[in-house]
Design a protein around this ligand. Structure first.
Ligand code: ADP
Length: 501
């Protein structure tokens, strides 16, 4: 993204110049216009607004006003609005997929599949909107005690660039269903799709102020949203490092947070596994989405007896990956989402070699005439990796597989858990006892056995350790957006005088 003080009115760029605040479209009062870069070409494709702190303040005020009435809208009416929105969203998939791809580079085909799933997600949230039930608490005849679940208030949703509409869906769907109002801040690299979403929210008929979108930079708009005293909760998907700074920034008003953060998933292949399927999963989970997903299983732990076979299969499979323009459905992998991510991936490939790993294949930026201006990297495989190397410890977010050999189950588990992260994990074995034993000892919020990346609206998702706080999805999806109020009503109204003579 480039700052664009005077965007030319006659330019061929798509133009998105307005923020969506309080049900209206208006220019940032405190921000600027930038050029959003298409990572497949390295050139601008859209003009987008970046709001500043004052724009965030206006959006929070609108969300606060709207909360007073939205919180009282019956759950079934909130559900009806969400369903109407889901239908509009479904009809917009072809357009949204192209827009999302131009901003973040993943394949249009992949976006279409994700967006189709998001329709189901929105329906799932709609189905939960009238089910935030409390409970009665049996004590004795003198009191009636019960709990009610009430919306937490104004939510700041801070969105990453790797899966903008999906991350937005998980937060917006749950928060709206719970009766919260929102200010959504998409990432500066991918500002456009949330503005498109706002058009659909508007068309669906959500009251003004319930949903607001202010694209902006993390250090200005994002920081203000976290610090704002009138934002009750921030729901964030992004890096662990940014989450730590948010906790500090939100400390003064004890901000509530839900965090879905980084991962460095172990993907364990035991020698007794169905090796062909394990390889299918491990290669896909190393390179899918160009490696730009926190759930990837690219730290591949392989039992020594099948290690050479797996390394060779990775090498062959990497050759079969078609890297190319995201608009072409037959391609497997697009570019990295932006220049800094490209630089980061290439640095980690360098670190892998410096730390003594064996580069099996890949490792370079793609410089063919068609792709040279974009941020394309070859699918990359390192063998002979040990778990202390930087490529095994840090989240790279590029298409880089690190193959680590192990001798037995205990060593596999020790390596698997030797990471600050704990988001996802995979293991492949035909031994049912081992499947239970190992999966129950992995410190991760999501463990897949003989499959990988299986995720639905109904499966709770979130991390142990440095991978996050709280869970998204599942029957509990509304929990992060609700407070529990316990009410105790005396049936007698008698209260003794403690100070009687
Ligand atoms: P990355 O480092 O991969 O860009 P981040 O976690 O920093 O990922 O960014 C994800 C989201 O967090 C973006 O919307 C970004 O603008 C926002 N962000 C970054 N820094 C801050 C911050 N200090 N306060 C609030 N939001 C931030």
């Amino acid at each position: 993204m480039q700052s664009l003080p005077n965007p030319k009115p006659d330019s061929a760029l798509e133009r998105y110049e307005h923020l969506y605040i309080d049900g209206e479209w208006g220019a940032p009062i405190d921000g600027e216009l930038v050029e959003s870069i298409d990572p497949a070409t390295g050139r601008g494709w859209a003009v987008a607004p970046m709001g500043g702190a004052k724009d965030i303040d206006r959006a929070v005020e609108a969300a606060r006003r709207a909360f007073a009435t939205w919180r009282r809208v019956p759950g079934h009416d909130r559900a009806a609005l969400l369903r109407r929105f889901a239908d509009l969203f479904a009809a917009a998939i072809p357009r949204l997929a192209v827009i999302e791809s131009r901003d973040n580079g993943n394949l249009v085909r992949e976006h279409k599949a994700s967006l189709a799933a998001q329709v189901q997600w929105y329906h799932w949230f709609a189905s939960l909107a009238d089910k935030a039930q409390g409970s009665t608490i049996p004590i004795d005849d003198s009191v009636h005690a019960f709990t009610t679940r009430v919306p937490v208030g104004v939510v700041g949703a801070i969105i990453p660039w790797n899966a903008p509409l999906l991350a937005t869906c998980l937060k917006v769907g749950a928060a709206l269903a719970a009766g919260c109002t929102l200010v959504v801040k998409p990432a500066e690299q991918t500002p456009v799709s949330a503005l498109e979403l706002a058009k659909l929210i508007h068309e669906a008929g959500f009251p003004p102020g319930v949903f607001n979108v202010v694209p902006g930079f993390g250090r200005t708009a994002g920081q203000r949203l976290v610090e704002h005293p009138d934002v009750n909760k921030v729901s964030f998907t992004g890096s662990t490092q940014t989450a730590k700074s948010m906790v500090r920034a939100g400390a003064d008003n004890l901000k509530r947070f839900t965090f879905e953060l980084g991962g460095k998933a172990p993907h364990i292949i035991f020698a007794d596994a169905d090796i062909d399927n394990a390889i299918n999963a491990a290669t896909a989970s190393s390179w899918r989405l160009t490696g730009q997903s926190c759930a990837l299983g690219s730290r591949v732990l392989v039992e020594r007896a099948v290690y050479d076979r797996v390394v060779e299969a990775f090498r062959e499979r990497a050759m079969a990956v078609r890297v190319g323009l995201p608009s072409i459905d037959s391609n497997h992998m697009g570019p990295q989402a932006h220049q800094q991510q490209l630089d980061k991936t290439l640095s980690y490939i360098q670190y892998g070699m410096e730390d003594g790993a064996e580069l099996v294949t890949g490792g370079h930026r793609i410089e063919t005439p068609e792709l040279a201006a974009g941020y394309f990297v070859e699918p990359t495989v390192f063998a002979g990796v040990n778990n202390q190397m930087r490529i095994a410890r840090d989240e790279i977010f590029g298409p880089v597989a690190s193959l680590i050999p192990f001798e037995d189950e205990d060593e596999a588990l020790a390596i698997a858990n030797d990471t600050p992260y704990g988001l996802t994990a995979g293991l492949w074995t035909r031994d049912v006892g081992r499947a239970h034993r190992v999966s129950s000892r992995i410190d991760a919020g999501m463990v897949w056995v003989n499959t990988y990346s299986f995720l639905r609206w109904s499966t709770p998702y979130g991390g142990f350790k440095a991978s996050g706080w709280g869970r998204e999805n599942g029957i509990q999806a509304l929990d992060p957006y609700l407070e529990t109020r316990t009410t105790v009503i005396s049936t007698t109204g008698q209260f003794p005088n403690l100070y009687a003579a």
